[in-house]
Structure formats: structure tokens, C-alpha cells
Design a binder for this molecule. Sequence first.
Ligand SMILES: Nc1ncnc2c1ncn2[C@@H]1O[C@H](COP(=O)(O)OP(=O)(O)OP(=O)(O)O)[C@@H](O)[C@H]1O
Ligand SMILES: [Mg+2]
Length: 275
Amino acid sequence: MTDIPITLPSTSVATPSGSDHALLTLTNIESAYGPVKAIRGVSLEVKKGQIVTLLGSNGAGKTTLLKTISGIMDPVRGSIEFANEDITGVESSDIVKKGISHVPEGREVFPLLTVYENLMMGAYTRKDRDGVARDLEQAYRYFPILKERESQAAGLLSGGQQQMLAIARALLADPQMILMDEPSLGLSPKLTKEIFAIIRMINRDSGRSILLVEQNARIALQTADFGYIMENGRIVMQDTCARLMQKDDIQEFYLGIKQEGVRAERRWKKKKTWR
Ligand SMILES: Nc1ncnc2c1ncn2[C@@H]1O[C@H](COP(=O)(O)OP(=O)(O)OP(=O)(O)O)[C@@H](O)[C@H]1O
Ligand SMILES: [Mg+2]
């Protein structure tokens, strides 16, 4: 048993299941804020129709990685392929057109615009009016409260409703893939469950792939098919969520399951030293 998360040798690295080709492939991505390297050589993939989760402690680089995929930041090195096309360094508005929507950390809805106007911002790259109308109706089916509040300023919504709005806005771009950054942040356990039930529905109904960054590891591992664990800008572990949930390190650090006895205490100290 290994006590600390380590990078697995390439021969034993599990990859997301499914026989089809990856929809999104990151190869050796490095991203930086000026001199500060935040992502240090990340490779990962998401297959069509999959939910993949990315877990990691504060500052691990999860948000930076999502920003790099959605074109808000350009990587310093490495490549990003989406739907068999190299999208490395492509502008964020063009990334949306290619089929990737980003639900940012902290929602970032436009507080002074109405709910409806916020949703239409999600569709700003589209010209197919019928398609937009259809997707608006679908978004309202997932989140009926948004229809009730469609004329209200988004800033007046509760945190949970703003999260719903951010997800619905992403759907209005009709994406093949949705990047979600901590959708449960600041929400009650009950609301988190509701939002995750809808995330699963969105995935199942339309086969949209989802790359899910989450602080709530338990619900993320229960929701996703495959998971990557990130520490200090690197992937340190990757496996199916079913297998990740069985690993001692994941249970201890991410699921809060304490291992009793002296051995557990020793292992803990060892990890503390390592960190
Ligand atoms: N705008 C910025 N300028 C400089 N450094 C930044 C900036 N944003 C993030 N960083 C640094 O980059 C690293 C990765 O940050 P990032 O926000 O991607 O982490 P995260 O995994 O999303 O963390 P959290 O769980 O807190 O959201 C951290 O060391 C952080 O301090
Ligand atoms: Mg973050």
C-alpha cells in the first residue's frame, strides 16, 4: 500500500473507460501567472458522454486548468485537442463556438441583467434562433425557478439559484462539453444534492461530457465516471471513481474517513512530513 499520492508509472495508469476516442485531450499542459507556474505538465482526457472529476486541495491548479481549456488563459507549453482539432491558444469566444462551455468558479452571473438576459448571454455566439428557443425551454425544465424569475435581476437570486443560472447559461451555448468549477460552493447539502441530480440529468439526457471540479469529493466521486487528483499543478493519481473511492489516501484526505489505531497515526504523521 502506498501512503502518499504518487505519480503512477505510465504502464499502470488507468485511463477513462470507453472504447471511443477522447473528446478532450490535454497533453503536458503548463500554465503560469507571470513567473508563477500553476500547472506543471498535466495530461488528461475526457471521452464523449463521460463525467470526469478533477479533485485537489486549495491552490492545486484546478481553476487554472479549466481556464486554460476554455481559452481564458493560454498555456505556456503543451497542447489541447477537442473533437479531433487542436484548440491550443484559441480565443475563449471561439472555444465556446467549438462546443466547450465554462461554468466559472463563483458563478459570475451578471447581477444587473435579468435572468433571461443572462441566459441569452450564453447564446451570444449562436445564430440558430429555433435552437436557442429550444435550449431555453430545456434549461427552464431543468430549473423551473429560473422561468419564474426570468424578469428579475440575477443579483437578487439566492446563491443556489445563481448557480442554476450559471449552469443554464452554459447550456444555452449548446455545448458538447461543460467545464464546471465547484458548483456546490456555498450551497447547503440539500441544494448540492439537487444540483448534482440535474448535472447527472444533463449528462444522461444529451450525452454532454462534463469536466467537474469539486470541493465535495464524495458527491463528485459518486457522480463522475473517472477522476484525476491534482496537487501542486500536477496530476498525482487517476482512476475510475469506483476505484478511487476504495483507496486509503482518498478516503483519508478527501472523504474524511479516519483509519483507527496506531498505524493510522503513524501514516498521518508521515504524510504531514511529506506535505
Ligand atoms: N490571478 C492569479 N495571479 C497569480 N497567481 C494566481 C492567480 N490565480 C491563481 N494563482 C495561483 O495559481 C495556483 C493555482 O490556483 P488555482 O486557483 O488554479 O487553484 P484551485 O485548485 O482552483 O484552488 P481552489 O480550490 O482554492 O479554487 C495557486 O498557487 C494560486 O495562488
Ligand atoms: Mg479554484
